[in-house]
Design a protein around this ligand. Structure first.
Ligand code: UD1
Ligand code: UDP
Length: 364
């Protein structure tokens, strides 16, 4: 029997591991699949809700690292994960995405001679001031098998000298979850709860340090949301980083009455909000992909994206960080000028089947 440990730590990891965990069940006579949660995210609404809604088992290992500086958080994950690996001796570790837990666990595993698979490999923003870009570059360099969501990833890995034989274009596991849970999302009552009309509101998420860690820029973002809220109702499920910054910068209470500020919402409700919104304003990685799949208008308030296919083929627009430009683009969309889009290749709900088939073959 082979043993595989998948590692998750932060919100965007949970919807990625869920379909992979389900797909491993097909191989249960040959592969034991376990889940390790590092505890990078730990609030009920950033963590447990996803295990419940995505029908994930309680993690086999919980490292409880919590929040800290980059070095401290990464180091704590490594120290705790090494103990798990020494005890469990898995044949492979699977890491997801680009968070600190991803690089910490891939580095720990590879140094113990354990094979590493990276799901969502090859994405590049080419912006090394982003912590995620450093995590992506390092994880890809040391991984044995790299599972890629879009063509740009194949090109990026080739340019970085990673051998072809390690790289597989398998599609997008985040879309596997979306496809699976969309019928449930259609049953959500979140629109009624907040008095939102189908295709009649704007959904906002903001959490990138480059957007929310500066007091002045965060204040300008709040003003922008207030201007847009003159046209449509906004719903803004706020990330803990942004909430904490609003409080410490004394920006609480500045949002207008047509902006519904909520805690982070669960996955099913969030899918419902995404699907039915007229426009999304975000700096999230995953939401650029989900909006493209659903054909929903998305303005990404960043100067670069590691997911260029969402702009080239999808409904995402990389609008930059000049907020006057964001305002004009948002108002234009709300006037009916919509970008059309198509779904990227292999974003079909079966990426996890392809990944687990390759893993099972490699472990033989
Ligand atoms: C992390 C990831 C980022 C990802 C995001 C998804 C890294 C470097 N960053 O950013 O790539 O897009 O998750 O949401 O891995 N906090 C809480 N409760 C929690 C978790 C965090 O209050 O459950 C607060 C803490 O004050 C913490 C801050 O949020 O210091 C930031 O958390 P952290 O995990 O360091 O980074 P994120 O901004 O969440
Ligand atoms: N999400 C959610 N509730 C929220 C905000 C986001 O369930 O209140 C989901 C969203 O649908 C997507 C994922 O969280 O699947 C994206 O995570 P996040 O934006 O935190 O991280 P990123 O993708 O930017 O790393």
């Amino acid at each position: 029997m082979n043993k595989v440990i998948s590692v998750v730590g932060a919100r965007p990891n949970f919807m990625k591991v869920a379909p992979v965990h389900k797909a491993f069940k097909k191989y249960s006579s040959e592969i034991e699949h376990m889940i390790c949660h590092t505890g990078q995210h730990y609030d009920e609404k950033m963590s447990k809700v996803f295990f419940d809604e995505l029908e994930l088992p309680k993690p086999d290992f919980y490292l409880g690292v919590g929040s800290a500086s980059h070095a401290e958080q990464t180091a704590k994950v490594m120290i705790e994960f090494e103990k798990v690996l020494i005890k469990e001796k898995p044949d492979m570790v699977v890491v997801f995405g680009d968070v600190n837990s991803t690089v910490a666990c891939s580095l720990t595993a590879i140094k113990l001679g354990i094979k590493v698979s990276h799901v969502e490999a090859g994405l590049r923003s080419f912006d090394r001031t982003m912590p995620e870009e450093i995590n992506r570059l390092l994880t890809d360099q040391i991984s044995d098998y790299l599972f890629v969501t879009e063509e740009s990833g194949i090109k990026n890995l080739k340019n970085e000298g990673i051998s072809n034989g390690k790289v597989f274009l398998t599609g997008n596991v985040m879309i596997d979850s979306l496809v699976h849970y969309l019928p449930k999302a259609d049953q959500s009552d979140i629109l009624q709860c907040y008095g939102l009309k189908e295709k009649g509101y704007v959904l906002v998420t903001l959490h990138r340090p480059s957007n929310v860690d500066s007091k002045e820029y965060l204040r300008e973002l709040i003003e922008l949301l207030n201007v847009i809220s003159n046209e449509r109702k906004l719903i803004f499920p706020i990330h803990p980083r942004t909430k904490n910054n609003m409080k410490s910068f004394n920006l609480d209470g500045l949002l207008g009455s047509n902006v519904v500020l909520t805690d982070p919402v669960g996955y099913i409700d969030f899918l419902c909000l995404t699907k039915n919104s007229e426009l999304i304003i975000t700096d999230s990685g995953g939401i650029q992909e989900e909006s493209t799949y659903l054909g929903v208008q998305c303005l990404t308030v960043r100067n670069n994206t590691e997911r260029p296919v969402t702009v080239e083929m999808g409904t995402n627009q990389l609008i930059g960080t000049d907020l006057k430009r964001v305002e004009l683009a948002a108002l234009d969309i709300l006037c009916g000028n919509k970008k059309s889009g198509t779904v990227p290749p292999l974003w079909d709900g079966h990426a996890s089947d392809r990944i687990t088939e390759i893993v099972a073959d490699k472990l033989k």
